[in-house]
Design a protein around this ligand. Structure first.
Ligand code: HEM
Length: 501
């Protein structure tokens, strides 16, 4: 039938016969995003378009093994078994991303890692991962950087103990510091708050741009993009690009001035430095294309945006759950008292001894359901799924949201219940179907960093404070989203649990 997106897609459904953009449209309107007074009309319109496309798709004749118009079916892969069979075991077939022409408007072409394919994607994904590794994954360096931010959070919250405090704002700043250190080698301390505020404004732009009905329609229906005046469509993307890329370019220029290019083996402290050294090495070897400046700006944008919003949203949602379920907070603190028993900083070495904390973070990630519609991939060659011939270039989505809400694996899936990840011996249960970072070759590039941040920020916070709601009560758990579930905005009251006051 017609979808109300992931909730209505049957679990075993792999061949889903309508355009993903109209599904997305319907999903989007259904979740009360900021389209204001257009809401009901837009939803009806979305249903009508969707019905026409489903009808067109079902009555269409198609030659197997041919690549056709992109607006024809996308395939939602909505069960874990099928995701394993396709995205994991036949990974190369599911690696490419669908190209949306609108992304060229702010990228300046097919650049970056999130939207690129082929050699460019492979080269830069590999390079980013190896840089992250060198900068601290697997070593303690990354942890040190995060713990520095944990201590900074403590000093900010300690000074506001007992008062109503904007909790997400403080986490936002801390998580931005982690990604900014990784990319550009510095944090937004007190002297750089103005710069952080400006950046926050830039970051908040895309949901506002994509949240406008006419822009959403233009991105998905080419004829609308053609008839809209430039100022209502293209200029909006270009303005965003100028402000975001302006910031990144300033960082790149500064690095270029400071790096000693005669000593390429000297120790590297951040991603941009390593990239510029690689660029120089390649240039010296006669290769100028793949490590270009425009690619670097796009990489900074991808890593900055993907690295900040995802982790802050998950953290602020986790704390919102804590405000709704004080008994869970008590249980977490009981475990912390038993295992840690003081205000010392919790490190990744403690992770295995805190099963309930891990279960809480797992359940938070499952319920946050950060990307209700996962990113759109397309097949790199003709293939067969469930006996259906699927031509090269067909849109495919690993619908992780449906998997993480499957009633069979997660009974009573709408309840927030960390205990579902605890086995009969009180140990953490590994549940394969928990895949918030997706699966296959495009699986989240920042997973290692995100996992470390979530554990260190959340466990240290709960060990130090008891969080209670402000006078307004706990934040709403109702979801709003454009491409990603939006963060919670709320104040809370903190009380130190032990130690000096
Ligand atoms: C709680 C935190 C996070 C969650 C839940 C998350 C989730 C995801 C998901 C679902 C995808 C799409 C995978 C697909 O195409 O199937 C993705 C891709 C990606 N993520 Fe994350 N992410 C998180 C944090 C981060 C961080 C901290 C970074 C960077 C520092 C990051 C960088 C990326 C990049 C670059 C991609 C695109 C990878 C590619 O196309 O090869 N993410 N993430």
């Amino acid at each position: 039938g017609l979808c109300q997106f992931h909730l209505a897609i049957p679990k075993n459904c792999v061949a889903f016969g309508c355009s993903i953009n109209t599904c997305f449209f319907n999903y989007w309107t259904a979740h009360k995003t900021n389209i204001g007074p257009y809401g009901a009309v837009a939803k009806l319109f979305g249903c009508a378009i969707e019905a026409i496309l489903v009808f067109k798709t079902l009555t269409r004749k198609r030659e197997p093994n041919t690549t056709e118009n992109r607006s024809t079916p996308h395939i939602m892969i909505s069960s874990y078994d099928k995701i394993k069979e396709t995205f994991i075991r036949d990974a190369d077939t599911y690696t490419n991303k669908v190209h949306l022409p609108a992304t060229d408007l702010f990228r300046g072409g097919k650049y970056g890692v999130i939207d690129s394919n082929g050699e460019r994607w492979r080269d830069h994904r590999r390079f980013a991962l190896s840089t992250f590794r060198d900068l601290g994954f697997g070593k303690n360096l990354m942890q040190e950087k995060i713990l520095l931010e944990v201590e900074d959070i403590f000093s900010k919250f300690d000074s506001k103990e007992g008062e109503e405090t904007d909790i997400p704002l403080v986490f936002d700043n801390a998580i931005a510091n982690v990604i900014n250190q990784l990319l550009f080698g510095y944090r937004f301390d007190e002297s750089k708050q103005e710069e952080f505020n400006q950046l926050k404004k830039i970051i908040d732009d895309p949901p506002k741009i994509f949240g406008k009905l006419h822009i959403f329609l233009a991105m998905n229906i080419p004829i609308i993009a053609k008839i809209l005046p430039e100022s209502l469509y293209e200029t909006q993307f270009k303005n965003f690009r100028d402000s975001a890329f302006g910031f990144f370019q300033r960082q790149i220029d500064k690095h270029r001035k400071e790096i000693d290019f005669d000593d390429l083996d000297s120790e590297t402290s951040d991603y941009v430095e390593r990239y510029l050294k690689e660029q120089k090495q390649r240039k010296d070897g006669g290769e100028t294309e793949s490590f270009s400046d425009v690619q670097l700006s796009n990489m900074c944008m991808d890593l900055w945006f993907a690295g900040l919003g995802t982790t802050t949203n998950t953290t602020t949602w986790a704390l919102s759950y804590l405000l709704h379920y004080p008994n869970i907070q008590k249980k977490l603190q009981k475990e912390l008292d038993k295992v840690i028993g003081s205000e010392r900083l919790i490190t990744t070495a403690d992770k295995n001894d805190l099963p309930y904390m891990n279960a809480f973070i797992n359940e938070s990630q499952r319920c946050v359901n950060l990307v209700p519609l996962n990113l759109q991939h397309e097949t790199t060659k003709d293939t067969v799924i469930n006996g259906y011939c699927i031509p090269k270039g067909t849109g495919v989505v690993a619908q992780i949201s449906t998997v993480m809400n499957d009633e069979k694996t997660f009974p009573d899936h709408k309840s927030f219940n960390p205990d579902r990840f605890i086995d009969e011996n009180g140990k953490l249960k590994k549940v394969e179907e928990l895949i918030p970072f997706s699966a296959g070759k495009r699986q989240c590039l920042g997973e290692g960093l995100a996992r470390m941040e979530l554990f260190l920020f959340i466990s240290n916070f709960i060990n130090r404070y008891t969080l209670s709601p402000s006078k307004e009560g706990p934040p709403s758990l109702e979801k709003t989203c454009t491409s990603m579930v939006e963060p919670r905005v709320f104040s809370g009251v903190l009380k130190r649990r032990r130690g000096d006051k």
